[in-house]
Ligand binder design. Sequence first.
Ligand code: NAP
Length: 285
Amino acid sequence: MKVAFIGTGSMGSLLIEAFLRSGALHPNYICASNRSRQKADALANRHPGLRVTGSNAEAANGSQIVFLCVKPLDYPAVIEELSGVLDERQIVVSITSPVQIGMLEERLSSKIAKIIPSITHSALSGASLCIYGSRILPEDRLLLEQLMSSISIPVSIRETETRIASDIASCGPAFIAFFLQQWAEAASRQTGIGRAEALRLGAEMLHGTGKLLTEGGFTPEQLQRRVAVPGGVTAEGIAVLQNGLEHVFTGLIETTHRKYDEDLGKLNHLFGLQPVPDADAVEPD
Ligand SMILES: NC(=O)c1ccc[n+]([C@@H]2O[C@H](COP(=O)([O-])OP(=O)(O)OC[C@H]3O[C@@H](n4cnc5c(N)ncnc54)[C@H](OP(=O)(O)O)[C@@H]3O)[C@@H](O)[C@H]2O)c1
């Protein structure tokens, strides 16, 4: 099976390298193209056999699956280039949350899926969010989920849930890393423990907690009950967090949804679907 990756920036190269490391794909069956060719060439140098093409159309041509790993504002150019090349047997996978499946189905004759990956896939873990377009058949879904399960846990979601699911699965590593950083810095300031030591303890704790909440079968409530004895140190700490975090998650969700709606408006404008006069930039995620 030939698989193409259009865009070999941060996520495109992360996906390619994760698929190679997992053994799901062999370099000989990967085609890659990137606007500035040197990024794709660097990947090919690291993985002999991987083919770099001079155009996106050439990469997509004959590929069973075509991953689009470019930023939202770059979609129109890529779609224009691919529209004459793709056929109805090929599967295009967009990894960008605000680009709607309907927009792609209108412009491309291929089957369309949206799969939102996460940086956690570079550790062959984390959930990938899978949304399927109307032309995707059960066997296409099976193929995509087999491929994604080599580097992640594929989770099927509705397109309307993309933002909140991406907040947790895809932005989540950055949010949790920020939480850990703040905690380690406070620990270092207030107690004198080294920042690096506090971070190492925290990272190991996160790793173990993740395992308990997945393969360990714990729910968050059970985990808290097991650690926090009533009146003990942990229970006192949880009370502090409860006070401090009461409005944090509401604000976080409101903010990411507002930003997503703005991005969606700008994209609609770009695709000629809706006028948004002040559109300037659309950020990833
Ligand atoms: N970062 C995350 O954790 C994450 C998670 C899930 C989804 N995503 C989504 O992944 C997408 C890509 O993000 P990223 O962080 O990988 O961005 P990135 O590092 O900027 O990579 C995008 C790549 O696309 C290339 N490109 C742009 N226009 C092109 C064109 N017309 N033809 C071929 N290649 C083209 C760029 O080439 P140049 O080298 O010339 O700039 C760049 O290498 C975004 O839509 C983002 O929302 C990101």
